[in-house]
Design a protein around this ligand. Sequence first.
Ligand code: IPE
Ligand code: IPE
Ligand code: MG
Length: 239
Amino acid sequence: MDTTGIENLPRHVGVIMDGNGRWAKQQGLGRSAGHRAGTERLRGIIRTSSDLGVEVLSIFAFSTENWKRPQGEVDVLMGLLREFFSEELDALDENRVRIRILGALEDVSQGVRRILREAMERTAANTGLQLNIAFNYGSRSEAVRAARLLAAEVQAGRMTVDGIDEAALMQRLYTHDQPDVDFVIRTSGEMRLSNFLLLQCAYAEFYFTDTLWPDFSDEEYKQALLAYAARDRRYGGVK
Ligand code: IPE
Ligand code: IPE
Ligand code: MG
């Protein structure tokens, strides 16, 4: 695939990878097979984003609401995450990808936490694609965390109530030093955010496709980026 020459690339792309379960059902397979196929597609989209020169790619891997799924499915998702990092970390590091986890690591098992911490630490100085993995992530929980951080600073006398402005709030999100999300892609025909990066998406453009995540090709990704490039972003102003 030709990965050169897309103009007006979004700086920050968010991807809600949805439809693994329905894909598996279509193929007559169990949900685990869908998640495995979805993980393969993730590898491709990371590579393509890096090749194209996207600055930040945020992918929704596991939401704070996904704990409601049957324990067996949660275990499969955790296992795939571990497998993904043990197989991909060297290559990601070689490609200068910097990994950040968006989400509360305190609530996940020690094994998963160790792998995620290692991925962040090993790639911390990399200057290529910034890969955000939203894992045990929910925007409302992120907002609560930010509110608590601000309250603690006020209580400690390091900040005043009047000093809390939009920038102060945004700086206490997991994405504090990154640009806002420009473009959100959600697969599988669902048209909702499901608690994904609500504040960072304040002015994002959206792309919804019926394609199920394991079928979302590099070619369709590129089509989506071209659609973004043609959008007219006004931010409340006139043109
Ligand atoms: C997305 O696919 C993967 C995660 C949410 C972890 P789903 O598992 O939600 O697939 P559907 O929506 O049931 O088809
Ligand atoms: C959103 O997908 C979460 C991830 C992609 C990780 P879900 O499949 O969990 O979302 P809902 O439940 O359909 O909103
Ligand atoms: Mg789903």
